[in-house]
Ligand binder design. Sequence first.
Ligand code: SAM
Length: 243
Amino acid sequence: THFGFKTVAKAEKESLVADVFHSVAAKYDLMNDLMSGGIHRVWKRFTIDCSGIRRGQRVLDLAGGTGDLTARFSRCVGDTGQVVLADINSSMLKVGRDKLRNMGILGNVSYVQANAEALPFPDNHFDLITIAFGLRNVTEKERALASMLRVLKPGGRLLVLEFSKPQIELLSKAYDAYSFHLLPKMGEAVLKDGASYQYLAESIRMHPDQETLKQMMEQQGFEQVSYYNLTGGIVALHRGYKF
Ligand code: SAM
């Protein structure tokens, strides 16, 4: 049946995503710097700047992985605030936790293994949720967005940082060539794992473009949804509010 097919496809995607991140966890940060030429740091800085974060607030860094955003938010919210790094993958969580502890970040951060589709937090709990390069990997994006809306406080906001659609045809072509040919080769050379980076390229191409993601957020009940293109739309930052 259609339902049966969907269930198999979902389970397959979930186990593929799990394999990819167990496999890349140890070298994830290195690969991020190599493959983006360090630009991911600029995208993350921009996300923090757009977040309106204040001392004392409660933040969820969803699909937080190795914790780049969590580390920055931890400084912004201070001792009276709280940052939860949530990720579905135990290997990524462990690398993130070890890294942040080595950086001396302790008091206001906690770590939770959780699926974005079914968040284990109370209603109206967080001032801010970020999901950076994570939504692409989630099988049921609508369910995940609904779950995020539920755990946000009224007045809270969601920031989605994700690969998107390059706005210039030439850039789009160059970028396709880069991600489908060079990325898997780099993955093979550094990690002996070209397959994971083949997945990365395919997941980027499949991900909804700027307007589609905006509509998906609106359909789940986010308000005043807007987005900024970064690096010519290779990446976009979407922001939406719960009122
Ligand atoms: N946010 C980090 C960053 O920007 O560097 C990590 C991004 S990494 C590309 C994607 C992360 O999403 C992985 O750590 C993966 O385990 C996590 N992930 C995938 N599916 C998920 C799900 N359904 N729920 C929560 N996390 C998920």
